[in-house]
Design a protein around this ligand. Sequence first.
Ligand code: BG6
Length: 499
Amino acid sequence: MQDKIVDLNLNSIFVIFGGTGDLTKRKLVPAIYSLMHEHNLPGNFSLVSIGRRDLSEDVYKNELYSFIKDFSRHEVDEEAWKLLSSKIFYKKFDFVNDNDGYEDLKLFLESLDKNLGTSGNRLFYLAVAPEYFDVIVGKLKTHQMLEQNTSWQRVVIEKPFGSNLATAKILNEKIIKALPEKNIFRIDHYLGKEMVQNITALRFANSLFENMWNNKYIDNIQIVSTEKIGVENRGAYYENTGILKDMLQNHLLQLLTLIAMEPPINLNAEYIRDEKVKILKSLRPFAKEKGKTNFVIGQYGKSNSNDDKVLGYREEERVADDSNTPTFIALTAYIDNFRWGGVPFYIRAGKRLNKRTTEIIVQFKKLPGANYFKEFGDIQSNILVVKIQPEEGVFFQMNVKRPGNVFELTSAKMDYCQSCLYYNNSPEAYERLILEAMKGNNALFTRWDELESSWDYVENIERIIQEEKVTYPNYDAGTFGPDAVIDLLGQDGRIWFDL
Ligand code: BG6
């Protein structure tokens, strides 16, 4: 049975709550510009931004223009900008308290429908602090802006969705009262990344890999996402989230589900999400292991390098001087199902590290010792790397004979750089996700039961971490993280592929 996933009437108004925030300026509006530049926006379209700052429309548009210049992957084409700019409107109102503001908004959107032919369709994007998600959805409902009659109204909700399982449940209950699940788009921008999409192609379009995708052939999988940046100006937000809620509960667990899930019946949203949930439910509940360490946490201190002086986490703006918020985590996860039983999934992520990279490394088992090449000692494992960023591509390592009269093995490294080949053509995650939400396809968004299971998993980890008395800071900015991270794999006789 095929789901009906694509709504062909894309004519719509994109309404952003949080119109003056960072996400809007750096990601959403540049993404809208790129969509327009590549003729992907519907013919009848408008962007209405809502913010609490007192700005004239002209000043607001000038701000957007400079952000598009800085953050869009396209050069600004003046004609395209002029056209987009004519469709942008800025509305100032206090979206928490001002009921009249909602009434005005409703009338304004209806007038745009008449003038621009946007058919009553709305994509509401909540780029606001998480505590306002349910408030805004509730007000939209009360003011009859989510009626779903002959038109569609969808809501895109940013992360974090709740701050733990209990609050996520409460939030979800409030939201599903206002609109059906199919019109709720809980965004995880990692799902929109080109190479994250490519995981499905790599796995299910190559007989070579899918046959070996199990504990018989795979030794371990490493999921790594390291950042050079610190918390920037988001200290207050980060104090409440830390690496566990900012990266692990969402982005990293999503990568894990895609690399580990069973082949879905087809690539429609519900079937993919069904398989992802099964993986999350099969995660072995995180617990302390006797005589073994299965996680390392850390918080960055200032850098020790003279070339790149940066602050430690505790010195960042709006961060407590004695904060115990972790900015680094590495852990070993197990998926207790037939395919993956016994295979460790090593996950590592952190801020202010020595490089920015996100990749998934699949390390295959070595061939048994009793084979032709045992005199050559340590034959390297086959390794497949899905390179998500900054470079997009696929790396594969295999053993070949070194040319010459002596029979010796060497590793051949096949490195496919997709982003070199299609320079600048790979859409930004937000472009793809906005377009998919307009089409009504929520395959790239998180379903409630995925969130529920991932919170469940992460809550355990959080509890265990809190019992641990770690003295922070425990790694210098610009390094690979706490030294203990090496031993995490060392104790299993393994090494991180990239360290
Ligand atoms: C966001 C986190 O969701 O993802 C940030 O809130 C993090 O803290 C960012 O920096 C990483 O995204 P990307 O696309 O730069 O890897």
